[in-house]
Design a protein around this ligand. Structure first.
Ligand code: ADP
Length: 531
């Protein structure tokens, strides 16, 4: 049952008890008022009897007609009030009947006395005797009346007292009953609500202390029950969330522990691998050094006989030792070209070995850039002519002339770029342009209208031994070392080498160098001297 319904029922019960109590009290009061009225009526009747007795005596003594009239009227009035009497208790009914009979008899006796008295012709002794007899009977009747009236009066007074006492007792009993009822309802309500409230409070305290297993367990159909059910449900959900969280934290801790273990292991592994790598690196450095030393030595050893072969072949071709037939001249030319090609390859290998070993020697000196460029271009004219390519040089305004750099290295870079331009261009032109680049740098662009380079090869052509046009290997001999060597040389001189190209349209290689290359650039690799 809902609390509101209980409160309404309680209130209605209390109001009903109060109304009932009031009704009972007012009934009691009414009863005691009726009893008091009866008692008052009897007192009045009694007083009137005494008055009547007085009047009777008065009449009997003086025989005045006024007293007779008064007696009769008083008697009539008394008779009326007698008929209005109500018995206070059952036995009073007989008394009232007797009073009424005596009253009627008294009236009769009084009338006969008056009658006797009025008889003037009669013998006075007979009249007196009759009068005395009637008077005696009247007095006895009157006395009986008075004593009956007194009895009724006493009964009425007792009844009034009893009614009052009863009314008081009933009121007190009703009040006590109402109080007891209210007390019982209050105690019942309190125990009804206090017990579950205490359980709910205990559960709240337990949850507050962290005991999420605690539940109030209150099962009721009212608001308190709803509150308890909602609380228990809430604690249940809280417990579920807490358990999920605890599991998650546990899992996370496990994962962290595993991670830590892995990290520790990883650190050890990294240390181990690093040591291994350092060892391998040392071995590699030693091996590379040995290889470079070997290459340098071998190249040197190869160059000497190769130069002799080329030199003697040249002498034979110049026909200094004697004449040659055409076939001999053709084959000797092949020997000389192959020898030169081999020498170029050895030079490239030697260069790359030196560069890799960090053994490039830079010897900066002041020279004329224009002279250097012109000379290299001149050297390339025969090759360009042979392929019917135009070869031009331009100097932009502000292009420096006197520069400080390693001329040999600058020549080598320009020769490489021009040789490639001629090699990979079948028709069109090759142009060399010198221009300033910023305040203290200059750039040399070597542009051709040749095969061009695919986008994906643009950076790879600077890798060692990489060749972009594999399909042309037979007709365009090369090593794939020219560009990597050139780039490393340009960097060693404090500059850079880059390219822009489009397939079938041509390429432009740009070398940028400092005007004053006496001081190495900050990002330049340390350079060792000596070969
Ligand atoms: P290679 O001896 O093969 O010329 P390089 O290192 O000088 O070696 O050049 C690498 C590759 O770059 C060449 O094989 C060629 O495919 C490409 N290449 C270089 N210069 C040019 C150019 N001017 N035009 C087109 N391709 C070029």
């Amino acid at each position: 049952m809902k609390m509101r319904t209980r409160i309404i029922i309680g209130a209605v019960g209390a109001v009903a008890a109060a109304v009932l109590t009031l009704l009972v009290i007012s009934a009691g009061l009414e009863e005691s008022r009726a009893a008091a009225a009866r008692s008052a009526a009897m007192t009045t009747a009694l007083e009137e009897y005494f008055e009547l007795s007085t009047l009777t005596t008065e009449y009997l003594v003086y025989h005045e007609p006024r007293a007779e009239r008064q007696w009769m009227s008083k008697h009539r009035a008394l008779g009326e009030s007698l008929y209005a009497l109500v018995p206070a208790q059952p036995s009073d009914a007989a008394v009232i009947d007797r009073i009424r009979a005596n009253h009627a008899e008294a009236v009769g006796l009084f009338a006969r006395i008056a009658d006797t008295h009025a008889r003037i012709d009669a013998d006075p002794d007979v009249v007196r005797e009759a009068e005395d007899r009637l008077t005696a009977r009247l007095l006895i009747t009157m006395q009986t009346l008075v004593s009956d009236a007194t009895l009724l009066g006493r009964h009425a007074a007792d009844a009034a007292l009893e009614a009052q006492a009863r009314s008081l007792m009933t009121s007190a009993a009703m009040a006590m009953g109402a109080i007891a009822l209210l007390l019982a309802i209050s105690v019942w309500s309190l125990t009804e609500y206090l017990r579950p409230l205490a359980r709910l409070q205990a559960a709240v305290h337990a949850v507050g202390r962290g005991d999420l297993d605690a539940r109030s367990g209150v099962m009721r159909s009212d608001e308190l029950g709803e509150l308890a059910v909602a609380f228990d449900r809430m604690v249940g959900e809280l417990q579920e969330s807490y358990e999920m969280l605890r599991d998650e934290v546990h899992e996370r801790r496990m994962a962290e522990a595993a991670l830590q273990e892995y990290r520790d292991h990883l650190e050890a592994l990294v240390d181990e691998r690093t040591e291994e790598l350092l060892r391998v690196n040392e071995d590699l450095v030693t091996a590379t050094r040995a290889k470079d030393d070997f290459l340098t030595a071998m190249s040197h050893e190869l160059r000497t006989p190769l130069n002799s072969i080329i030199g003697f072949t040249e002498i034979l071709l110049q026909r200094l030792p004697g004449d040659l037939n055409n076939e001999q001249a053709r084959q000797l030319t092949m020997v000389r070209d192959s020898g030169k090609q081999l020498l170029a390859l050895i030079d490239d290998v030697l260069d790359i070995a030196r560069i890799n070993a960090g053994r490039i020697s830079i010897a900066p000196a002041e020279f004329s850039l224009r002279n250097a460029v012109d000379r290299v271009v001149e050297m390339m004219y025969p090759m360009a002519d042979a392929k019917d390519l135009s070869l031009t040089v331009t100097y932009a305004e502000g292009a420096p002339d006197a520069i400080v750099s390693d001329r040999g290295k600058v020549d080598q870079i320009l020769l490489n770029l021009l040789a490639n331009a001629v090699t990979y261009t079948d028709r069109g032109s090759i142009s060399v342009s010198v221009r300033p680049d910023g305040v203290d740098r200059f750039a040399v662009d070597v542009a051709d209208t040749g095969l061009g380079i695919a986008r994906e090869d643009l950076e790879r052509i600077f890798e060692q031994f990489y060749r972009a046009h594999h399909d042309l290997a037979a007709t365009h001999p090369g090593t794939g070392l020219g560009l990597p060597v050139s780039r490393r040389l340009a960097e060693a001189l404090g500059g850079s080498l880059s390219v822009v190209s489009e397939v079938a349209k041509g390429s432009t290689f740009t070398v940028v160098l400092p005007v004053d290359g006496a001081h190495p650039a900050p990002d330049r690799e340390p350079v060792e001297s000596g070969e």
